[in-house]
Design a protein around this ligand. Structure first.
Ligand code: MSP
Length: 474
């Protein structure tokens, strides 16, 4: 089985992490745990994007040196991942020396391969997006995402010959050589390619906070060009050829992201790799974008939910569950904060928690040791497990949770129907409770990637035949 690289976007450090960042990173963590359970060798990469105007200006506002500001905010991401029990393999920072070295090598290679040229450029630049916008994209003269007027910039830049690779990219996407999921994202990418795209500039003359262009040190490498390269510099490009070969050239590569940065990942990134004669990623999953209480998350609206607070209120595994069980990952959705408590009580306290303690208490009270389950029960579980695995492999984490909860509900109704506490014949009672104990141990396996600590606790309680409340009602 091939090795597997799973990545998240690297997040801007201009502000502290929010629910959106937590969602993608949690998804990557869950997939990593899922594949590790199947004995795959997985490298889970995440990190922070620290250069560019946006970060520089945010540092200035706080009267901080950019590096000091990046150190402080990058740590907030690391702290949050720790709180959410995210087990990444490596955390890359684009201010790392190793990243710089890899980026320089890659840009030199692009130049050698004739994929770069110089041009005088004039355009409207939005620092919020860290990209140039066309007049057509503006709404009432403002950036549609950041509601700010872009700045007119005129300077000499180096350009990447994107147009040379567009036909190839189209083929790669149509044939699923780079498989973009869900289908909607693939269509959107093909739509962008049909509209036609232009070469893009890969350097800036006036931006100082960045990596100098190796063949013209007066220029700074465009933050997006450099950020995309994190996916390879983190695993040894330009520094450790063996590591790079192992985790990029010869592995299966999956990028997770949301639709806000689709063009960069689906088109620019594979084109850059083709130009440098490197292999392209295998899959990209583009999850939905969500709002909070029907509003775009923004500081001014005051609706930025700090994921650390959800952990504080509900505990780490519950926070992981609550985040992922909101809506299907391939759709946009709205997070309603007041629903967290209700969902916690329904699904976790009254659902999973109640089932586990009910069954283990019954087994304990009647002194029943687990025996082999009945064939029917084994079959039912096998079917659920297969469906679950298929859903996980297609990034349908919400639906995998649903599949697991169907099994929990089945256990509830099976217990209510068979009433094992009323049964006098020991053999019959043992059979029923063995079925239930087996189902619970399988449920623990299914929830393990989502709620690793709870899964361990259930296994422990099953082994000791002693129930302890998993999710106190709140
Ligand atoms: N630094 C770039 C990415 C470079 S990757 C080579 C960037 N950073 S970001 O901090 O803005 O993060 C964007 C990503 O955060 C999204 O693609 C998504 O993964 C996650 N999300 C941020 N807000 C989100 C929502 N409101 N909803 C869902 N995911 C969101 O872009």
């Amino acid at each position: 089985m091939k090795k597997l690289l799973i990545t998240t976007p690297i997040y801007y450090v201009n502000d502290k992490p929010h629910l959106g960042h937590a969602y993608t990173t949690l998804m990557a963590d869950i997939l990593t745990r899922f594949y590790k359970k199947q004995n795959r060798d997985v490298f889970f990469l995440t990190g922070t994007d620290e250069h560019g105007t946006k970060v520089f200006e945010a540092a200035k506002k706080q009267n901080k040196e950019p590096q000091e500001f990046c150190d402080q905010n990058s740590k907030l991401f690391k702290d949050l991942w720790k709180n959410l029990n995210i087990e990444y393999t490596y955390f890359i920072r684009t201010t790392d020396k190793r990243h710089e070295k890899g980026v320089e090598k890659f840009l030199t290679k692009l130049k050698e391969n004739n994929a770069v040229y110089e041009k005088e450029y004039k355009g409207l630049y939005c620092t919020g997006c860290e990209k140039f916008l066309t007049k057509k994209e503006l709404i009432n003269g403002l950036c549609p995402d950041h509601k700010k007027e872009p700045k007119e910039i005129s300077e000499k830049n180096y350009f990447f010959k994107l147009t040379n690779y567009l036909d190839q990219i189209k083929k790669i996407i149509e044939t699923d050589a780079l498989k973009i999921q869900p289908q909607r994202a693939k269509k959107e990418t093909l739509g962008l390619l049909r509209q036609g795209l232009e070469d893009f500039s890969i350097s800036r003359q006036k931006v100082k906070w960045g990596i100098p262009l190796p063949f013209d040190k007066k220029q700074t490498i465009y933050v997006w060009t450099e950020a995309l390269l994190n996916y390879i510099t983190a695993i040894g490009y330009g520094d450790d050829p063996d590591q790079f070969k192992k985790w990029w050239t010869e592995s299966e590569k999956i990028h997770l992201l949301a639709k806000d940065i689709l063009k960069f990942h689906d088109i620019y990134w594979p084109a850059m790799l083709l130009a440098a004669e490197e292999v392209i990623p295998n899959k990209e999953f583009v999850h939905g974008f969500f709002t909070v209480n029907n509003e775009k998350m923004s500081k001014t609206l005051g609706n930025v939910i700090d994921p650390n607070n959800i952990v504080k209120e509900f505990g780490v595994d519950s926070a992981r569950y609550l985040l992922l069980s909101q809506f299907p990952s391939d759709q946009d959705g709205d997070i309603k904060e007041e629903q967290f408590k209700e969902k916690y009580n329904t699904d976790l306290a009254n659902g999973l928690g109640n089932l586990v303690s009910r069954v283990i208490n019954l087994a304990d009270k009647n002194n029943i040791k687990k025996e082999k389950p009945e064939k029917e029960i084994e079959e039912k579980t096998k079917e659920a497990k297969e469906k679950y695995a298929n859903l996980m492999e297609n990034f349908k984490l919400y639906e995998s949770i649903e599949e697991t909860w169907k099994l929990i509900k089945f256990c509830d109704s099976y217990t209510d129907k068979t009433k094992p506490w009323e049964i006098k014949e020991k053999e019959k009672q043992t059979k029923i409770l063995s079925n239930l104990l087996y189902l619970i141990s399988e449920i623990a396996e299914l929830i393990q990637p989502f709620m690793p600590q709870t899964a361990e606790e259930i296994k422990k309680q099953l082994k000791e035949n002693k129930a302890k409340p998993l999710f106190p009602r709140i």
